[in-house]
Each structure stands twice: as C-alpha cells, then as structure tokens.
Write a protein that binds this ligand. Sequence first.
Ligand SMILES: O=C(O)CCC(=O)C(=O)O
Length: 248
Amino acid sequence: MFTQAKIQEFKERGHLTLPGLFSSSEIDAAIQDIHSWGNLILENLSERDKAWYLDRGVKNAEVLRKLDMPVFQRDVFRNLAHKKNLVSCVEQLIGKGVSVYFSQIFLKPPEGGGPKPVHQDNFYFGPDDPNGMVTVWIALDEATTENGCLYFGEGTQDGDVIKHIAPPDEPYNLQIPPETAIKAPMTPAPVPRGGVSFHHGSTFHQSSSNTSTKWRRAAAFHYARNDVRLVTPALPYDESQYVVVTSI
Ligand SMILES: O=C(O)CCC(=O)C(=O)O
C-alpha cells in the first residue's frame, strides 16, 4: 500500500517507483516463460510483423523487442497482475474495480536494444477519463541509465494529451513530435529487479538504447478502472481480451 505522501508524489510527478514488490522466484518464472513463449512467437513471425516485433538495433540476428498481451495469454503474467499488494497500489491510484486492458513485454537486448521515443500512453488508449488508467512497469532485470530505464517528464501528466506522429515505415511507433518533446526535461527512473514503476497515462516518457552488456526486460500492465471506456484509441484494442482483476 502507498502512504498518503506517496500518492501525493504520484499526483505531482506523474510516476512513482516501488522496489521489492516481486520476489526473485516470481521474476525467474516470468523470464523462463518469456523464453519459451518468445521462441514460439519468433519461429512463426510473418515477414510483415518482423518490422514491428524485431529489435532494429541488433545487427545480424533476429531478436524480439516486444511481446503483446502477456496478461491475457500467459498464466504466469496473469498471476503477477493479480498480486494482492500490486492491485491495492493500483486501486489507490485510479480507484476500486480494475482490469488490465492491454499488456506488453519489452525486451531490450544488450548492446543495441533500441530506444522508445517520448510518448503518452493516453494517446495510444484514448480513455474517457485521463486519470482512470495507470501503467505498471515491472523490472524483470535491474533497469539502469546504461541498459535503458524509463525517463519521465515530471508534471506533464497535468497537461494535454498531445497529437502523436509516427515514422512512415513504423506506423505503430506513435510519438510526441520532437519540437514538443524537447521542451520537457526528462528524469531517469532506475528500478531494481522485482521493483515496479507506476506512471499516469498522460505522463511523457521514453527509454533510451541499451548500451550495456546486460538485458533490460520489463513487463508493462496497463490497468484501467472498470468504468473507463477507450473512446479515441489510436490503435485497435480488443475488449474481449481485457482481463478483469477486481470488481466492485
Ligand atoms: O519499456 C520501455 O522501453 C517502454 C515502456 C513504455 O513505454 C510503457 O510501459 O508505457
């Protein structure tokens, strides 16, 4: 559970870090599951999907950069999303009765794992209540400035959701236009393995390339209060794949 001071910090900064939420064995099981699931996905990836799912920063090898919907598709991740201590924290931030509307694994391989440009999750999801969604980002490896931790534009959660643009060859890689993004100073948010970074759906955030010799793997669960509707989604989200975590 968060103290009132922590909740206030989330309101002011648009993100919060909580170390030690998951045990080493929970993280080991998650990584093992990523290996088996990832290998299956890699074997069956179409040429069209390779452009989006393979890491472009890694030369001469096909390495996945992301996997979609772990909470819907995999028991290990569904169990993590239901963890009592985590759900209590989520409900303190967005209210009671929550679901995971979307989830992703971000795999940033050593020596090359590519960056994620500045964006707001609320542009992707287009919720009718900008305060009704929170992203839970679980560090499966220690996340540092060297291996590509998240950076946040503190206070940007109180501003507008900006219209994003995408490079012509990467239509899903939506991002805030550089001339706007550059105005927000970005603060690094290192997270120890098993810790969680929570961010408001409107907070500007990005991650840099992995220049280290270590992996930077993370699971992002996008929780919404159950009454929230995605009214202007930038990409298609499938309601039949929402995972209800608590009802009231
Ligand atoms: O892990 C990353 O590099 C990007 C994560 C992200 O953008 C998110 O969780 O919303």
